[in-house]
Write a protein that binds this ligand. Structure first.
Ligand SMILES: Cc1ncc(COP(=O)(O)O)c(C=O)c1O
Length: 401
Protein backbone atom coordinates (compact mmCIF):
# COMPACT_ATOMS: atom_id res chain seq x y z
CA UNK A 1 0.00 0.00 0.00
CA UNK A 2 1.60 3.20 -1.13
CA UNK A 3 0.97 6.84 -0.58
CA UNK A 4 1.93 9.18 -3.37
CA UNK A 5 4.24 11.61 -1.63
CA UNK A 6 5.46 13.27 -4.85
CA UNK A 7 3.22 16.20 -5.75
CA UNK A 8 3.92 16.58 -9.40
CA UNK A 9 2.62 18.60 -12.27
CA UNK A 10 4.74 16.80 -14.84
CA UNK A 11 3.08 15.71 -18.09
CA UNK A 12 1.49 12.27 -18.41
CA UNK A 13 4.25 10.99 -20.73
CA UNK A 14 6.94 11.95 -18.20
CA UNK A 15 4.97 10.46 -15.32
CA UNK A 16 4.49 7.21 -17.22
CA UNK A 17 8.23 6.92 -17.89
CA UNK A 18 9.68 8.15 -14.59
CA UNK A 19 6.87 7.86 -12.03
CA UNK A 20 7.78 5.69 -9.05
CA UNK A 21 11.23 4.89 -10.41
CA UNK A 22 14.66 6.21 -9.55
CA UNK A 23 18.18 4.93 -10.25
CA UNK A 24 19.33 2.24 -7.84
CA UNK A 25 21.25 4.09 -5.05
CA UNK A 26 23.92 1.38 -4.76
CA UNK A 27 24.65 0.49 -8.38
CA UNK A 28 23.27 3.44 -10.31
CA UNK A 29 21.16 1.02 -12.41
CA UNK A 30 18.84 3.20 -14.46
CA UNK A 31 16.09 0.56 -14.88
CA UNK A 32 14.23 -0.73 -11.81
CA UNK A 33 15.56 -3.89 -10.16
CA UNK A 34 13.20 -6.74 -9.43
CA UNK A 35 13.16 -7.66 -5.75
CA UNK A 36 11.88 -11.23 -5.66
CA UNK A 37 12.76 -11.88 -2.01
CA UNK A 38 9.76 -13.08 -0.01
CA UNK A 39 11.30 -12.06 3.32
CA UNK A 40 13.60 -9.32 4.62
CA UNK A 41 16.31 -9.23 7.30
CA UNK A 42 15.12 -6.81 9.99
CA UNK A 43 17.26 -4.94 12.48
CA UNK A 44 14.62 -3.89 14.99
CA UNK A 45 11.63 -5.51 16.72
CA UNK A 46 8.75 -5.67 14.22
CA UNK A 47 5.07 -6.32 14.81
CA UNK A 48 3.76 -9.50 13.24
CA UNK A 49 0.32 -7.97 12.67
CA UNK A 50 -0.68 -6.07 9.55
CA UNK A 51 -2.90 -3.92 11.75
CA UNK A 52 0.10 -1.89 12.81
CA UNK A 53 1.66 -1.66 9.38
CA UNK A 54 2.01 1.63 7.56
CA UNK A 55 4.02 3.21 4.78
CA UNK A 56 7.05 3.71 7.02
CA UNK A 57 7.18 0.14 8.33
CA UNK A 58 10.39 -1.51 7.07
CA UNK A 59 9.91 -4.35 4.58
CA UNK A 60 9.16 -7.54 6.49
CA UNK A 61 7.41 -9.98 4.13
CA UNK A 62 6.42 -9.53 0.48
CA UNK A 63 2.74 -10.33 1.00
CA UNK A 64 2.68 -7.12 3.09
CA UNK A 65 4.98 -4.89 1.05
CA UNK A 66 7.73 -5.20 -1.55
CA UNK A 67 10.00 -2.55 -3.12
CA UNK A 68 9.17 -3.47 -6.73
CA UNK A 69 5.43 -3.54 -6.07
CA UNK A 70 5.78 -0.19 -4.31
CA UNK A 71 7.41 1.34 -7.37
CA UNK A 72 4.47 0.21 -9.51
CA UNK A 73 2.01 1.59 -6.94
CA UNK A 74 3.76 4.97 -6.97
CA UNK A 75 3.68 5.13 -10.77
CA UNK A 76 -0.05 4.31 -10.76
CA UNK A 77 -0.75 6.96 -8.09
CA UNK A 78 0.88 9.57 -10.30
CA UNK A 79 -0.94 8.46 -13.44
CA UNK A 80 -4.35 8.32 -11.74
CA UNK A 81 -3.77 11.41 -9.54
CA UNK A 82 -4.50 9.27 -6.48
CA UNK A 83 -3.28 9.61 -2.93
CA UNK A 84 -2.73 5.88 -2.49
CA UNK A 85 -2.64 2.62 -4.45
CA UNK A 86 -2.77 -1.06 -3.66
CA UNK A 87 -1.48 -3.31 -6.43
CA UNK A 88 -3.12 -6.74 -6.44
CA UNK A 89 -2.69 -10.17 -8.01
CA UNK A 90 -5.43 -9.56 -10.60
CA UNK A 91 -8.23 -7.18 -11.50
CA UNK A 92 -10.58 -9.60 -9.78
CA UNK A 93 -8.56 -9.51 -6.57
CA UNK A 94 -8.71 -5.69 -6.67
CA UNK A 95 -12.50 -5.80 -7.15
CA UNK A 96 -13.12 -8.47 -4.52
CA UNK A 97 -10.83 -6.59 -2.09
CA UNK A 98 -12.96 -3.46 -2.48
CA UNK A 99 -16.29 -5.28 -2.22
CA UNK A 100 -15.45 -7.55 0.71
CA UNK A 101 -13.47 -5.00 2.73
CA UNK A 102 -15.87 -2.08 2.45
CA UNK A 103 -19.31 -3.71 2.43
CA UNK A 104 -20.88 -5.32 5.49
CA UNK A 105 -23.86 -7.52 6.12
CA UNK A 106 -27.04 -5.46 5.72
CA UNK A 107 -25.51 -3.03 3.20
CA UNK A 108 -26.91 -2.33 -0.27
CA UNK A 109 -24.91 -2.06 -3.50
CA UNK A 110 -26.06 -0.50 -6.78
CA UNK A 111 -24.19 -1.81 -9.81
CA UNK A 112 -24.39 -1.52 -13.60
CA UNK A 113 -26.66 -4.22 -15.05
CA UNK A 114 -23.91 -5.36 -17.41
CA UNK A 115 -20.18 -5.14 -16.81
CA UNK A 116 -17.18 -7.47 -16.67
CA UNK A 117 -18.88 -10.85 -16.11
CA UNK A 118 -16.54 -11.80 -13.24
CA UNK A 119 -17.58 -8.69 -11.30
CA UNK A 120 -21.23 -9.42 -12.10
CA UNK A 121 -20.82 -12.94 -10.74
CA UNK A 122 -19.18 -11.88 -7.45
CA UNK A 123 -21.92 -9.34 -6.83
CA UNK A 124 -24.87 -11.55 -7.90
CA UNK A 125 -23.62 -14.81 -6.34
CA UNK A 126 -21.21 -14.12 -3.46
CA UNK A 127 -22.34 -10.85 -1.85
CA UNK A 128 -25.91 -12.07 -1.15
CA UNK A 129 -24.37 -14.98 0.83
CA UNK A 130 -23.06 -12.27 3.21
CA UNK A 131 -26.51 -10.63 3.40
CA UNK A 132 -25.49 -7.75 1.14
CA UNK A 133 -28.27 -6.83 -1.27
CA UNK A 134 -27.47 -5.85 -4.83
CA UNK A 135 -29.55 -3.85 -7.30
CA UNK A 136 -28.44 -3.93 -10.94
CA UNK A 137 -29.52 -0.84 -12.90
CA UNK A 138 -28.70 0.69 -16.26
CA UNK A 139 -26.24 3.29 -14.92
CA UNK A 140 -25.91 4.97 -18.33
CA UNK A 141 -28.95 6.94 -17.15
CA UNK A 142 -28.08 8.54 -13.77
CA UNK A 143 -31.82 8.81 -12.96
CA UNK A 144 -31.91 5.00 -12.65
CA UNK A 145 -29.13 5.18 -10.07
CA UNK A 146 -30.93 7.90 -8.13
CA UNK A 147 -34.16 5.89 -8.08
CA UNK A 148 -32.38 2.78 -6.82
CA UNK A 149 -30.82 4.48 -3.77
CA UNK A 150 -32.01 3.10 -0.42
CA UNK A 151 -31.27 4.12 3.14
CA UNK A 152 -28.63 1.36 3.41
CA UNK A 153 -26.94 2.01 0.03
CA UNK A 154 -23.23 2.05 0.86
CA UNK A 155 -21.65 1.68 -2.59
CA UNK A 156 -22.34 2.43 -6.25
CA UNK A 157 -20.23 0.47 -8.74
CA UNK A 158 -19.91 1.55 -12.34
CA UNK A 159 -17.75 0.50 -15.25
CA UNK A 160 -17.19 3.11 -17.92
CA UNK A 161 -16.80 2.34 -20.78
CA UNK A 162 -18.48 -0.94 -19.91
CA UNK A 163 -17.58 -4.45 -20.87
CA UNK A 164 -18.88 -5.65 -23.32
CA UNK A 165 -21.42 -3.08 -24.59
CA UNK A 166 -19.13 -0.02 -24.40
CA UNK A 167 -21.83 1.95 -22.55
CA UNK A 168 -20.72 5.06 -20.68
CA UNK A 169 -21.77 6.30 -17.27
CA UNK A 170 -21.57 9.97 -16.33
CA UNK A 171 -19.07 9.87 -13.44
CA UNK A 172 -19.74 13.46 -12.31
CA UNK A 173 -23.51 12.94 -12.19
CA UNK A 174 -23.32 9.62 -10.36
CA UNK A 175 -20.73 10.99 -7.92
CA UNK A 176 -23.26 13.67 -6.90
CA UNK A 177 -25.85 10.95 -6.26
CA UNK A 178 -23.35 8.87 -4.28
CA UNK A 179 -22.37 11.84 -2.10
CA UNK A 180 -25.98 12.63 -1.32
CA UNK A 181 -26.59 8.99 -0.40
CA UNK A 182 -23.41 8.86 1.70
CA UNK A 183 -22.25 5.96 -0.46
CA UNK A 184 -18.85 5.31 -2.07
CA UNK A 185 -18.58 5.57 -5.84
CA UNK A 186 -16.31 2.90 -7.35
CA UNK A 187 -15.30 3.12 -11.01
CA UNK A 188 -13.79 0.17 -12.87
CA UNK A 189 -11.82 2.21 -15.38
CA UNK A 190 -10.05 -0.70 -17.09
CA UNK A 191 -11.49 0.10 -20.56
CA UNK A 192 -10.33 3.72 -20.31
CA UNK A 193 -6.95 3.62 -18.51
CA UNK A 194 -5.77 6.74 -16.63
CA UNK A 195 -4.72 8.34 -19.91
CA UNK A 196 -8.33 8.50 -21.13
CA UNK A 197 -10.25 9.07 -17.87
CA UNK A 198 -9.25 9.96 -14.33
CA UNK A 199 -12.36 9.11 -12.33
CA UNK A 200 -11.02 10.49 -9.02
CA UNK A 201 -10.75 13.94 -10.61
CA UNK A 202 -14.42 13.62 -11.61
CA UNK A 203 -15.65 12.82 -8.11
CA UNK A 204 -15.24 9.04 -7.75
CA UNK A 205 -13.98 7.68 -4.42
CA UNK A 206 -12.25 4.55 -5.70
CA UNK A 207 -10.81 3.44 -9.03
CA UNK A 208 -10.25 -0.21 -9.89
CA UNK A 209 -8.11 -1.47 -12.77
CA UNK A 210 -7.29 -4.78 -14.29
CA UNK A 211 -3.60 -4.08 -14.95
CA UNK A 212 -3.68 -7.15 -17.21
CA UNK A 213 -5.25 -4.91 -19.86
CA UNK A 214 -4.09 -1.48 -21.15
CA UNK A 215 -1.76 -0.59 -18.28
CA UNK A 216 0.39 -3.72 -18.62
CA UNK A 217 -0.45 -3.69 -22.29
CA UNK A 218 1.43 -6.71 -23.60
CA UNK A 219 -0.69 -9.69 -22.56
CA UNK A 220 2.03 -11.26 -20.42
CA UNK A 221 1.19 -10.38 -16.81
CA UNK A 222 -1.99 -10.56 -14.71
CA UNK A 223 -2.46 -7.80 -12.14
CA UNK A 224 -4.91 -5.36 -10.64
CA UNK A 225 -4.99 -2.13 -8.65
CA UNK A 226 -7.18 -0.11 -6.31
CA UNK A 227 -6.60 3.66 -6.14
CA UNK A 228 -8.25 5.93 -3.59
CA UNK A 229 -7.56 8.04 -0.51
CA UNK A 230 -4.95 6.73 1.87
CA UNK A 231 -7.63 5.96 4.44
CA UNK A 232 -9.70 3.81 2.05
CA UNK A 233 -6.69 1.99 0.61
CA UNK A 234 -5.42 1.20 4.15
CA UNK A 235 -8.76 -0.35 5.01
CA UNK A 236 -8.71 -2.54 1.91
CA UNK A 237 -5.08 -3.50 2.43
CA UNK A 238 -5.24 -4.08 6.17
CA UNK A 239 -8.72 -5.54 6.63
CA UNK A 240 -8.94 -7.51 3.44
CA UNK A 241 -6.32 -7.90 0.83
CA UNK A 242 -3.26 -8.91 2.87
CA UNK A 243 -5.22 -11.58 4.68
CA UNK A 244 -6.92 -12.80 1.50
CA UNK A 245 -3.41 -13.03 0.08
CA UNK A 246 -4.07 -11.15 -3.15
CA UNK A 247 -0.53 -9.75 -3.46
CA UNK A 248 0.82 -9.34 -6.98
CA UNK A 249 4.03 -11.19 -7.86
CA UNK A 250 6.98 -8.74 -7.95
CA UNK A 251 7.89 -10.09 -11.38
CA UNK A 252 4.42 -9.22 -12.72
CA UNK A 253 4.63 -5.80 -11.04
CA UNK A 254 7.94 -5.22 -12.84
CA UNK A 255 6.51 -6.29 -16.22
CA UNK A 256 3.44 -4.10 -15.73
CA UNK A 257 5.62 -1.14 -14.71
CA UNK A 258 7.63 -1.58 -17.91
CA UNK A 259 4.41 -1.71 -19.94
CA UNK A 260 2.99 1.34 -18.17
CA UNK A 261 5.94 3.48 -19.31
CA UNK A 262 4.50 3.52 -22.86
CA UNK A 263 0.81 3.73 -21.86
CA UNK A 264 0.15 7.27 -23.16
CA UNK A 265 1.80 6.50 -26.51
CA UNK A 266 -0.04 3.22 -26.83
CA UNK A 267 -3.42 4.75 -25.97
CA UNK A 268 -3.03 7.29 -28.75
CA UNK A 269 -2.17 4.54 -31.23
CA UNK A 270 -5.01 2.27 -29.99
CA UNK A 271 -7.45 5.10 -30.50
CA UNK A 272 -6.22 6.06 -33.97
CA UNK A 273 -6.53 2.45 -35.11
CA UNK A 274 -9.89 1.92 -33.38
CA UNK A 275 -11.36 4.95 -35.12
CA UNK A 276 -10.40 3.58 -38.54
CA UNK A 277 -11.64 0.07 -37.72
CA UNK A 278 -14.93 1.41 -36.25
CA UNK A 279 -15.59 3.44 -39.41
CA UNK A 280 -14.92 0.38 -41.56
CA UNK A 281 -17.32 -1.72 -39.45
CA UNK A 282 -19.99 0.96 -39.55
CA UNK A 283 -20.02 0.87 -43.34
CA UNK A 284 -19.90 -2.92 -43.61
CA UNK A 285 -23.18 -4.32 -45.01
CA UNK A 286 -23.16 -7.41 -42.72
CA UNK A 287 -22.64 -5.45 -39.51
CA UNK A 288 -25.90 -4.41 -37.82
CA UNK A 289 -24.60 -2.14 -35.07
CA UNK A 290 -21.26 -0.66 -33.98
CA UNK A 291 -20.58 0.88 -30.58
CA UNK A 292 -17.46 2.99 -30.29
CA UNK A 293 -17.44 6.17 -28.17
CA UNK A 294 -15.52 8.04 -30.87
CA UNK A 295 -18.30 7.56 -33.46
CA UNK A 296 -21.01 10.19 -33.63
CA UNK A 297 -23.51 7.31 -33.81
CA UNK A 298 -22.65 6.32 -30.21
CA UNK A 299 -25.66 7.45 -28.18
CA UNK A 300 -23.33 9.00 -25.59
CA UNK A 301 -20.89 10.65 -27.99
CA UNK A 302 -21.27 14.03 -26.22
CA UNK A 303 -20.55 12.47 -22.81
CA UNK A 304 -17.56 10.66 -24.34
CA UNK A 305 -16.13 13.99 -25.53
CA UNK A 306 -16.59 15.65 -22.15
CA UNK A 307 -15.56 12.77 -19.88
CA UNK A 308 -12.88 11.02 -21.91
CA UNK A 309 -9.57 12.31 -23.20
CA UNK A 310 -9.66 10.27 -26.41
CA UNK A 311 -11.88 7.24 -26.88
CA UNK A 312 -9.65 4.23 -26.09
CA UNK A 313 -9.54 1.16 -28.33
CA UNK A 314 -12.58 -0.95 -27.45
CA UNK A 315 -15.34 -1.60 -30.00
CA UNK A 316 -18.50 -3.74 -29.73
CA UNK A 317 -20.36 -4.78 -32.87
CA UNK A 318 -23.30 -6.99 -33.73
CA UNK A 319 -24.09 -9.28 -36.65
CA UNK A 320 -27.13 -11.32 -37.66
CA UNK A 321 -25.50 -14.79 -37.36
CA UNK A 322 -22.68 -14.27 -34.89
CA UNK A 323 -21.97 -17.97 -34.19
CA UNK A 324 -21.05 -18.77 -37.79
CA UNK A 325 -18.92 -15.62 -38.09
CA UNK A 326 -17.15 -16.55 -34.83
CA UNK A 327 -16.33 -19.98 -36.29
CA UNK A 328 -14.85 -18.33 -39.38
CA UNK A 329 -12.85 -16.00 -37.15
CA UNK A 330 -11.41 -18.93 -35.19
CA UNK A 331 -10.17 -20.64 -38.33
CA UNK A 332 -9.40 -17.80 -40.75
CA UNK A 333 -8.17 -14.73 -38.87
CA UNK A 334 -4.48 -14.21 -39.54
CA UNK A 335 -3.57 -11.17 -37.45
CA UNK A 336 -6.38 -10.61 -34.98
CA UNK A 337 -6.42 -13.30 -32.28
CA UNK A 338 -9.76 -14.88 -31.41
CA UNK A 339 -9.21 -14.72 -27.64
CA UNK A 340 -10.57 -13.16 -24.46
CA UNK A 341 -8.88 -10.22 -22.70
CA UNK A 342 -8.22 -6.76 -24.10
CA UNK A 343 -5.89 -3.77 -24.10
CA UNK A 344 -2.91 -5.73 -25.43
CA UNK A 345 -0.63 -4.67 -28.28
CA UNK A 346 -2.19 -7.52 -30.32
CA UNK A 347 -5.75 -7.11 -31.59
CA UNK A 348 -8.14 -9.50 -29.86
CA UNK A 349 -11.73 -10.38 -30.70
CA UNK A 350 -14.30 -12.54 -28.91
CA UNK A 351 -18.03 -13.21 -29.20
CA UNK A 352 -20.00 -12.70 -25.98
CA UNK A 353 -23.25 -14.58 -26.53
CA UNK A 354 -26.26 -12.92 -24.97
CA UNK A 355 -28.23 -16.00 -23.79
CA UNK A 356 -25.26 -17.29 -21.87
CA UNK A 357 -24.35 -13.95 -20.24
CA UNK A 358 -27.92 -13.01 -19.39
CA UNK A 359 -28.68 -16.30 -17.67
CA UNK A 360 -25.34 -17.05 -16.00
CA UNK A 361 -23.43 -13.85 -15.17
CA UNK A 362 -25.94 -11.00 -15.34
CA UNK A 363 -29.18 -12.77 -14.39
CA UNK A 364 -31.22 -10.10 -16.13
CA UNK A 365 -34.96 -10.17 -16.73
CA UNK A 366 -37.76 -7.76 -17.64
CA UNK A 367 -36.75 -4.30 -18.82
CA UNK A 368 -33.02 -4.82 -18.14
CA UNK A 369 -32.97 -7.97 -20.28
CA UNK A 370 -34.90 -6.19 -23.04
CA UNK A 371 -32.50 -3.23 -23.17
CA UNK A 372 -29.46 -5.52 -23.08
CA UNK A 373 -30.77 -7.53 -26.04
CA UNK A 374 -31.72 -4.34 -27.87
CA UNK A 375 -28.02 -3.48 -28.07
CA UNK A 376 -26.45 -6.93 -28.08
CA UNK A 377 -28.92 -9.00 -30.14
CA UNK A 378 -27.75 -12.63 -30.04
CA UNK A 379 -24.32 -11.49 -28.95
CA UNK A 380 -21.68 -8.83 -29.45
CA UNK A 381 -18.18 -9.16 -30.79
CA UNK A 382 -15.83 -7.41 -28.38
CA UNK A 383 -12.91 -6.11 -30.39
CA UNK A 384 -9.81 -4.79 -28.68
CA UNK A 385 -8.01 -2.94 -31.45
CA UNK A 386 -4.27 -3.45 -31.17
CA UNK A 387 -1.20 -1.66 -32.39
CA UNK A 388 -0.78 -3.35 -35.77
CA UNK A 389 -1.31 -1.26 -38.92
CA UNK A 390 -4.99 -0.32 -39.10
CA UNK A 391 -5.26 -1.37 -42.76
CA UNK A 392 -3.99 -4.87 -41.86
CA UNK A 393 -6.56 -5.22 -39.05
CA UNK A 394 -9.29 -4.06 -41.44
CA UNK A 395 -8.16 -6.46 -44.17
CA UNK A 396 -8.08 -9.35 -41.70
CA UNK A 397 -11.59 -8.61 -40.43
CA UNK A 398 -12.92 -8.06 -43.96
CA UNK A 399 -12.13 -11.61 -45.00
CA UNK A 400 -14.26 -13.13 -42.19
CA UNK A 401 -17.25 -10.77 -41.89
C1 LIG B 1 -13.46 -4.26 -17.01
C2 LIG B 1 -12.75 -5.38 -16.35
N1 LIG B 1 -12.58 -5.36 -15.02
C3 LIG B 1 -11.95 -6.37 -14.36
C4 LIG B 1 -11.46 -7.46 -15.05
C5 LIG B 1 -10.78 -8.57 -14.30
O1 LIG B 1 -9.41 -8.49 -14.47
P1 LIG B 1 -8.38 -9.70 -14.30
O2 LIG B 1 -8.63 -10.64 -15.43
O3 LIG B 1 -7.05 -9.04 -14.33
O4 LIG B 1 -8.69 -10.35 -13.00
C6 LIG B 1 -11.60 -7.52 -16.45
C7 LIG B 1 -11.09 -8.68 -17.19
O5 LIG B 1 -11.37 -8.83 -18.38
C8 LIG B 1 -12.27 -6.46 -17.10
O6 LIG B 1 -12.45 -6.46 -18.43
Amino acid sequence: MTKNSIKSNLGINTLAVHGGEKPDPETGASSPNIVMSSTYVVDQPTSFSVTNMDEDTPYVYTRWANPTIRQLEKKLCLLENAEACLACASGMSASSGVLFSLLNSGDHLIISESNYPGTAEITRQLLPKNSITVTPVDTSNPENVKNAVRENTRMIWIETPSNPLVKLTDIRAVSGIAQEANALLVVDSTFASPVVTRPLDLGADIVVHSLTKYIGGHGDAIGGAVLASRQIVSRIAGEGMLHYGGTISPFNAWLIMRGAATLPLRMRAHQENAMQVAKFLELHPNVDLVRYPGLESHPQYELAKSQMNGFSGMIAFRMASPESVAKRMMSDLEIVHYAVSLGHHRSLIFLLESDDLISSSYRLDGELERTYREIAGKGVFRLSVGLEDARDIVRDLAQVL
